[in-house]
Write a protein that binds this ligand. Structure first.
Ligand code: NAD
Length: 493
């Protein structure tokens, strides 16, 4: 019988009847668990029982970091089974997640506030950052451990309690990291997890007791979540989709550039919001570039139910597989040239029930094509030819997404020109996946982020806290009152 998974509320697994959905292993296509949509009653009780701010936050996070470190192997196995990530990639995701726990461990340092002595006679002023209360995180399928870890360690360190609503496609890894958190001495009810789909999200967002919503997912949903959160009076940071370009200049080391580009385009089967999905290549080097690319990509391994035999795994679901295939067909219909076809390759592999597709290279792409505008989110690299940096910048800057991009060059001057003129939030110079470390903050521009503050790091701390500014005067005992003064206080009166 298939395991039914429930929610995690007050440190306990709570199961209920209601609308249920199946969770699949994408490598085998087999159902591995059943989950249920959190009912309004359960949502209500969870918010009611969310624990208020508490002390000993840093020591709990240190304890949590050790628990995560000790469970990397177990967690990686869950991610592989539920999402289909190959082992090393799953481990990489967990390590990047743990970085955010480490940042939150320094809460004493990062929450020091701002202080000014003597802003006027005998007056000192400071800003301190107070928690918001109950905050919500809604996360996508593609990083079921890392993205929740972008959010809740810092939110909790800042004094909030947190409700996580993971993706309904693969909630098992998110459940595991919440269970690990509940093994620390943290009060139960500080971190709760509710399973479900958009109905659960909408019920949560409408609740006035939730003060902030941190969202990561696709652009149309991010925009809706941002609008609905604002209507219900809460702050929101909503990170959306992407189409990330890599510009390859004629002075680049082609061998290095193709290695890096392939890693960033096909790692995680292209299911990363920072995946490089478009190579923008100068005409003079394109033949050499395409030759190197095709030779190397043809050697990637995929399509085996035993993930250890693959360079990258399957897509998350049957529906997503169909959507990726549809976009490749669309590119073909629009006049692009399929250099390497993942749809063909798959016919030769023994993977009938898994959601696998082979690596796909598409040349002769134009920025006016619909298949270029879509976020394909699969192991598909599109190639656009240009004649100048200005032409490349025009294409990239016109794209509706603004998450990440990168340039491959050996010229500091050209790298500088590119990074200064590109309207993208995260830029790499000879770095294909410029995901900021936990000491910075993560976020794109344009349709890749709705809201004012980026995810994690210093912006994350600001997002999960509210500023209180105290202005304090201790007049000297000998000083006499200057009497009533109805003019606006300033430093001369
Ligand atoms: P998704 O938008 O379908 O789902 C994300 C979350 O929103 C899930 O928890 C889901 O249950 C919920 N949801 C889905 N539809 C909803 C609706 N109509 N109303 C309310 N809630 C809804 O995204 P996904 O398919 O899980 O993830 C892939 C997408 O996430 C890609 O577009 C990818 O680029 C993006 N992503 C962005 C970042 C980033 O940092 N910018 C990081 C990871 C993934």
């Amino acid at each position: 019988m298939t395991n039914s998974i429930g929610h995690i509320i007050g440190g306990k697994v709570v199961k209920e009847d209601g609308k249920s959905f199946e969770i699949f292993n994408p490598s085998s296509g087999k159902c591995i668990a059943l989950a249920t949509n959190a009912s309004k009653k359960i949502i209500d009780e969870t918010i009611d029982n969310s624990v208020e701010a508490f002390n000993e936050r840093a020591s709990i996070l240190f304890e949590y970091k050790v628990l995560l470190e000790n469970n990397i192997e177990n967690l990686a196995q869950i991610i592989s089974k539920d999402l289909g990530k190959v082992h090393e990639d799953a481990v990489g995701e967990i390590r990047r997640g743990i970085e955010n726990v480490e940042y939150a461990c320094g809460i004493g340092e990062i929450l020091k506030g701002e202080f000014n002595k003597n802003i006027s006679t005998s007056i000192d002023s400071w800003s301190e950052f107070s928690p918001l209360g109950v905050v919500l995180g809604i996360t996508p399928f593609n990083f079921p451990a890392m993205v929740p870890l972008w959010m809740f360690p810092l939110a909790i360190a800042a004094g909030n309690s947190f409700i996580l609503k993971p993706s309904e496609k693969d909630p098992l890894a998110s459940m595991f990291i919440v269970e690990l958190f509940n093994q620390t001495k943290a009060p139960k009810g500080l971190l709760n997890l509710l399973n479900g789909d958009k109905d659960v999200v909408n019920n949560l967002i409408q609740d006035k007791r939730i003060k902030a919503v941190s969202f990561v997912g696709s652009t149309p949903v991010a925009q809706k979540i941002y609008e609905n959160s604002s209507i219900s009076g809460k702050r929101c940071q909503a990170l959306g989709g992407a189409k990330n370009h890599a510009l390859v200049l004629p002075d680049a080391n082609i061998d290095y550039a193709t290695d890096q580009l392939i890693s960033a385009a096909f790692g995680s089967s292209g299911q990363r919001c920072m995946a490089l999905s478009v190579a923008v290549v100068f005409k003079d080097i394109k033949e050499k570039f395409n030759k190197s690319l095709k030779e190397k990509v043809s050697k990637l391994k995929f399509g085996h139910e035993d993930l250890n035999l693959n360079s990258f795994g399957p897509l998350v679901s049957k529906e997503h597989l169909e959507s990726v295939k549809k976009n490749i067909s669309l590119a073909e219909e629009e006049g692009s040239l399929i250099l390497l076809d993942g749809r063909d390759n798959i016919k030769r592999k023994n993977s009938e029930n898994g959601y696998f597709i082979g690596p796909t290279l598409i040349d002769k792409v134009k920025s006016s094509m619909k298949s270029y505008e879509n976020e394909i989110f699969g192991p598909v690299l599109q190639i656009i030819e240009v004649n100048s940096m200005d032409e490349a910048l025009k294409i990239i800057n016109k794209n509706k997404f603004g998450n990440g991009c990168c340039i491959f060059t050996s010229s500091g001057e050209k790298a500088r020109k590119f990074s200064q003129n590109v309207n993208i939030g995260m830029v790499g110079v000879n770095i294909p996946l410029p995901v900021p470390s936990s000491f910075h903050s993560f976020g794109g521009w344009k349709d890749s982020l709705f809201g004012d503050l980026n995810m994690y790091g210093p912006d994350g701390l600001r997002f999960f806290t509210q500023r209180k500014t105290v202005t304090q005067k201790w007049p000297e005992e000998s000083s006499e009152s200057k009497g009533i003064n109805l003019s606006m206080p300033n430093n001369l009166n």
